[in-house]
Design a binder for this molecule. Structure first.
Ligand code: SF4
Length: 356
């Protein structure tokens, strides 16, 4: 395993050279780095983040058009076949209902709305329905980008979504090709790659990411990060497993905040100019270290996730303001939060129990 500072120097040089590619062993060294080296790792990734995206943060807003009851068996997913997870289950929102949900996110500063539906993939009728939803979202919020995430696409569906106004298509690779069969038996890694390629070929901006914390190795994480690079995806959501009770990965708690930072940095170093998006699980796994993660990523989801709640949007905006960052599309940072000074009225000199 190379020393991490040597690896970071080579990765920085590779990022500067359009003809070079990051080395897998160097990326693995980033994941294996010691806590005392963590700031070196974050700094190397931050240099690329600021070089390509300045002080902007893209805010994305999820609308779950259809929740639960999926026939696929992805082990990490609370909506999977046989899931006992206590999540909302409903069929398609109407275009008006979806547009109303999306408007809340846009009002909060989101510049992209992600329309997601559970299931293996859409029927042609589903695609037309989503087209009406895209129109309703764009009517209500002109200028907003819409990304569709509807599962595996069949021939012609990506082109039709582009005609109907979709700007982007999300389909995550989730994990390495070598590990894919361990997380899903009802479709393959190659199926997912085909859909990302189809979206790209139809002119949709390809969005594809990963989930960390599912029992994968460091080599698996590097493999999926480099796989996303090979697919030339524009945006990479990095999810940290939320091990819902009632799913096969219930009780799988492998991550800590420093590990999450290393994973984000590795993805950034592997894909210097891609939008790296902090996605589900950030509040649970990064906790107080979310502010450091913003030095690496240039994009986050605002609000709630598909089946779990995120932290309050106002807390996200405060996090962004405190980091001196500006939501993409806004001219200035959200107003800084000022907390009033509270004189002590407990502990020594009082009859009230101390704060300990
Ligand atoms: S296809 Fe999508 S909704 Fe269905 S189980 Fe897999 S991840 Fe969940």
């Amino acid at each position: 395993m190379p020393a991490v500072n040597d690896a970071l120097a080579r990765l920085a040089a590779a990022a500067d050279d359009p003809g070079a590619a990051p080395d897998a062993a160097d990326l693995e060294a980033v994941l294996a780095s010691a806590d005392a080296e963590l700031m070196d790792v974050v700094a190397a990734a931050a240099r690329l983040r600021f070089r390509h995206f300045g002080n902007t943060v893209k805010l994305n807003y999820l609308v779950n058009l259809k929740s639960g009851l999926c026939p696929e068996d992805c082990g990490y997913c609370s909506q999977r076949l046989g899931s006992k997870a206590d999540v909302l289950k409903y069929t398609w929102l109407s275009p008006e209902q979806a547009a109303e949900q999306a408007a809340a996110g846009v009002a909060g500063g989101a510049s992209r709305v992600c329309l997601v539906a559970s299931g293996r993939g859409p029927t042609d009728m589903d695609v037309e329905r989503v087209g009406k939803t895209i129109a309703a979202v764009k009517d209500a919020a002109p200028g907003v980008e819409v990304c569709a995430c509807l599962g595996l696409l069949k021939g012609g569906q990506a082109e039709r979504l582009a005609e109907l106004g979709a700007d982007a298509y999300n389909h995550n690779l989730n994990t390495a090709e070598e590990a894919y069969a361990e997380i899903c038996s009802t479709h393959t890694f190659a199926d997912r790659v085909d859909t990302v390629d189809a979206a790209h070929g139809a002119g949709l901006s390809p969005c594809s990411g990963l989930i960390a914390g599912m029992g994968e190795s460091d080599a698996d994480l590097v493999s999926v990060a480099l796989g996303l690079r090979e697919l030339h995806v524009d945006s990479i959501p990095v999810n940290f497993l939320l091990p819902f009770d009632g799913t096969p990965l219930e009780g799988t708690w492998e991550l800590d905040p420093r590990r999450c930072l290393r994973i984000l940095a590795m993805v950034r170093l592997a894909n210097p100019a891609a939008e790296v998006r902090l996605a589900a699980g950030r509040e649970v796994h990064l906790r107080q270290m979310q502010s450091l993660a913003l030095q690496i990523v240039n994009s986050i989801f605002l609000g709630d996730y598909l089946t779990s709640e995120g932290q309050a949007a106002k807390d996200d905006l405060a996090l962004i303001a405190d980091a001196g960052l500006v939501p993409l599309g806004l001219e200035s940072a959200p107003e800084a939060v000022r907390t009033a000074v509270r004189p002590r009225r407990r502990g020594a000199g009082t009859e009230v129990a101390p704060n300990a």
